[in-house]
Design a protein around this ligand. Structure first.
Ligand code: ANZ
Length: 849
């Protein structure tokens, strides 16, 4: 467009920002209220693309918005710079991972400058700097002191391709999250962080985040932690002194247990079978070998035929003395609950499938045809607070016999064949059974979690060295704080290729050290930490990144933290967020911070897709960030992405109109440059209709931004620019004060989305300072009179009423008004509305059949 040179404008304002550094957060003497806005820090891979552009556009919208609203905003940037991609790149090129990493960081910095992101550039951090990872080591020592870091040998997830262990969270459907190789198990001694000690708090505190975090993320975290509530029940085993405990969510069904199952790969199975005859032992061994090759997913799959081996032993049901044959079967997992179950085939589908496969008895103890009504509350809640539908089965109990139908009776009902429990509902029977077991000393209320401890050892080079030494007599001694950081040795000359043991083990000189307590020779630990340790607390380091004396400053944390707005991809819904929440709680327990949740609100943006799949280098479908800074330019790229749809939705790059965005920006700029009045005009004398549009936008925009409806604000800006253009061309003309007012408001709000163009407009309008720092204009309530429209209300296709409603009414409110309208109530009579279709503000359509 004539006169609007996007690229020149972009360069001009970037130079000014670099020179004057206007977005640096205010210090301790700044009395404005504070907001901490943070984008998930990037991994310095070489290929920034439009997915990144989307994320950093949203971060900048939020940061700029709060600045306009008068807040002292902290919006820092840093790099999550340890990890496998750098190491793999280094292996491919025979170079030092440091070079690759820091060269990429420089490229990123340049890109973010070109994007016009309003960061506080004085707080940059890189997790691969010794000055950063020193504090990972410090954190490790604190966890060690509190018994929250420990070492144990166990079968761990092993990626045969990357030749390293993986946390449970890094195994996706049985495959390595990074490279896609099928994950196997390997027995190794590894370091763990005891996140399970915080399982209850990690679950319960999610309630605080309701409404502030995406519902989906909260649900994923709840499922991942996976709390089940029930009982531990002790069973005597014939020929064994000690009892065996099982966890059950359905202690009410104990009378219906007809057999007993242990995980084939548990110590218990090995012990139970050791006394059996040779044939059973052989069959068990063969089975065990087969099971060892199966993934947990396969083992839990419901559509595989059930397999197992009878061990020739019996457990005794503590409530009725029944002898229960003990089987080993793969559907029972060694590391959940106690690795053993009481099997109740009538009421558990897995047990029923097994019973039918091996011809074991099925005993019904809940009559699901007996409804739970009357005095007993009809609505029960499950552990997640969701009402359980008690809906009784309609057929007779004889027809429902699970042994015949193959369908377990899992619904509500009344207890039968259960002695003193007979007649009780499930909930009451569970409580009564637990009481009975506790009184007899054979069981107790218990919880079980799906969450496992966090495995943090990695057999890779490019990470934080684990700060302990191993003495010759087998002790493990922490490296004292005053000897931290324990720095990585030089990578040059080290063989970094994955080979199943840590590359650091090959750094002979580095490995050899002394026991800090005795001075005797000792060896370092050759493993490095999972990089999720680095990102579990980095938001605190940003508060004082150069601090040489502590990980972070409690005083600064009191001022800034927790993070007010955290913005990033949904791919971090479990791992990173759970670990950061855990470490935050640990730091709280250490008395170092005053809050227990790190991120007060969370925005997850959708993905940018090209050709229907997520942009990635491996798929070769990248639209590169660098190239788009020239064409369509930073502002147009941001506007196009933001306008493409709601924040949380995926965007198809094919549907994103960068030319539309360019035209809009040129039109906005043109409006500002057409203004002929001076900054001191009296707005009240301007065109009233245009003023209404301007003030309506002002009034709505902040609410819309706070609800993350960024695309709607862009649409409203487009409306405003068009309305202004009309007044310039065919109305009161460019000298009208309302035109100036509209152009100024456009510049101020546009700053959130297209900061370079907005600054240029502001300058063209005759102002000196940065528009990015201008206070938000107040809407004049006199100009906000509501427009009304007429809505029609139909019942079964016939118009039965009309309503005068505000033009901006939402669907829920419109439906409510329609339902309450006297004419509608009368027309309905005793017919019931079964469906409502609402198109605010114009139509409500009810169906009654
Ligand atoms: C008896 C019973 C009867 C059960 C019934 C359920 C229904 P969630 O909800 O996932 O926590 N279980 C216990 N430990 C197990 C293990 N290591 N591997 C496989 N299954 C195991 O599941 C808890 C239920 O899963 C427990 O309650 C147990 O079966 C089984 F009508 O006990 B239940």
């Amino acid at each position: 467009a004539d006169g609007y040179d996007a690229y020149a404008i972009q360069q001009k304002w970037q130079a000014r920002w670099a020179e004057e550094d206007p977005f640096r957060a205010g210090g301790a003497d700044d009395t404005r209220p504070r907001k901490y806005v943070l984008g998930m820090f990037p991994y310095p891979s070489g290929d920034l693309h439009m997915g990144h552009a989307e994320n950093y556009a949203y971060v900048d919208i939020v940061a700029r918005f709060w600045r306009h609203r008068g807040y002292n905003v902290l919006n820092p940037i840093g790099w999550d710079s340890f990890g496998l991609p750098a190491e793999n790149a280094a292996i491919q090129r025979g170079a030092d991972p440091r070079e690759w990493t820091y060269a990429n960081i420089e490229k990123h910095k340049k890109s973010f400058r070109e994007y016009g992101s309003s960061y506080d550039w004085s707080r940059i951090l890189h997790t691969s700097d010794p000055e950063y990872y020193r504090w990972n080591q410090w954190l490790f020592q604190r966890l060690l002191e509190r018994g929250l870091a420990y070492r144990k040998a166990s079968p761990v997830n092993w990626c045969p391709n990357d030749q390293t262990v993986l946390a449970n969270e890094q195994v996706v459907d049985g495959h390595c999250e990074r490279c896609g190789a099928e994950v196997t198990k390997k027995n190794l001694t590894q370091w763990y962080f005891k996140i399970t000690a915080y399982a209850d708090r990690l679950l319960d505190d999610l309630n605080q985040l309701e409404g502030f975090w995406p519902q989906k993320v909260i649900r994923m975290q709840r499922n991942w932690i996976g709390r089940s509530v029930g009982a531990d029940i002790d069973f005597e085993i014939e020929g064994r002194d000690e009892k065996v405990t099982v966890f059950s969510t359905r202690p009410d069904t104990l009378h219906g247990a007809t057999f007993f199952v242990v995980a084939p790969d548990s110590d218990l199975a090995a012990e139970l079978v050791s006394g059996a005859d040779a044939e059973v032992r052989m069959r068990f061994q063969a089975y065990l070998e087969q099971v060892r090759k199966e993934s947990d997913i396969e083992r839990q799959s419901t559509d595989r035929p059930k397999t197992g081996v009878f061990l020739g032993r019996y457990a005794i049901n503590p409530v009725n003395g029944d002898r229960l044959p003990i089987w080993a079967a793969d559907y029972v997992l060694a590391d959940y609950g106690h690795g053993a179950v009481m099997a109740v085939p009538a009421h558990d589908q897995r047990d029923l499938d097994f019973a039918r496969a091996f011809d074991l008895p099925v005993k019904v103890v809940v009559d699901t045809t007996a409804p739970i009504t009357g005095a007993i509350p009809v609505i029960e809640l499950d552990e997640q607070g969701v009402p359980i539908d008690p809906g009784a089965d309609e057929a007779s109990l004889v027809d429902l016999d699970p042994a015949k139908t193959g369908v377990a009776l899992t619904g509500e009902g009344r207890m039968i064949n259960s002695g003193p429990l007979d007649g009780l509902s499930k909930r009451n029977a569970i409580a009564r059974m637990i009481e009975q077991l506790e009184a007899a000393g054979t069981g107790r209320a218990a919880k079980s979690f799906r969450l496992r401890d966090w495995l943090i050892s990695r057999q890779r080079f490019w990470g934080t060295p684990i700060p302990v030494v191993h003495t010759e007599d087998g002790r493990i001694v922490p490296v004292p704080d005053d000897q931290l950081p324990l720095e990585l040795p030089n990578a040059v000359g080290l063989d970094l290729k994955p080979k199943g043991t840590s590359p650091l083990g090959g750094a002979t000189e580095w490995m050899q050290t002394i026991d800090p307590e005795t001075g005797e020779p000792a060896l370092r630990d050759p493993d490095t930490m999972d990089t999720f340790v680095d990102s579990s607390w980095y938001f605190l380091r940003f508060l004082n990144p150069g601090d040489k004396t502590e990980a972070f400053s409690t005083r600064e944390a009191d001022r800034w933290a927790p993070v007010d707005s955290y913005i990033g991809g949904v791919e971090h819904a479990i791992l990173h967020l759970l670990y950061a929440r855990f470490i935050t709680k640990v730091l709280f327990d250490m008395g170092l911070i005053e809050f227990t949740e790190p991120f007060s609100s969370l925005i997850n943006q959708g993905m940018v897709l090209l050709g229907g799949s997520k942009m990635s280098k491996s798929k070769g479908n990248l639209v590169e960030f660098e190239a788009s800074m020239k064409d369509p330019g930073a502002d147009a790229a941001r506007v196009a992405i933001t306008f493409a749809g709601p924040v949380e939705d995926d965007i198809n790059w094919e549907d994103v109109s960068t030319t539309g965005a360019q035209k809009f920006l040129a039109r906005a700029w043109r409006v500002a440059s057409d203004v002929t009045s001076d900054p001191d005009v009296i707005w009240a004398e301007g065109d009233i209709a245009l003023r209404r549009v301007t003030h309506r936008l002002l009034a709505d925009a902040s609410g819309l931004i706070e609800q993350n409806k960024f695309n709607v604000v862009v649409a409203r800006l487009m409306e405003l620019v068009n309305a202004t253009r009309k007044v310039i061309d065919t109305g009161a003309g460019p000298a009208d004060p309302a035109v100036r007012e509209a152009a100024e408001v456009t510049a101020m709000v546009l700053d959130l989305f297209a900061p370079h163009t907005a600054e240029e407009m502001w300058e063209v309008l005759g102002y000196d300072g940065f528009v990015g720092l201008v206070p938000w204009r107040q809407a004049d309530s006199m100009l906000l009179v509501e427009e009304t429209v007429t809505a029609v209300v139909q019942i079964d296709g016939k118009v039965r009423a009309t309503l005068d409603v505000p033009a901006r009414i939402d669907s829920a409110e419109l439906e409510r008004l329609a339902r309450e309208d006297a004419r509608i109530v009368r027309s309905l009579g005793d017919r019931e509305i079964v469906r409502a279709i609402v198109r605010a503000p114009k139509v409500v359509s009810f169906s009654t059949r």
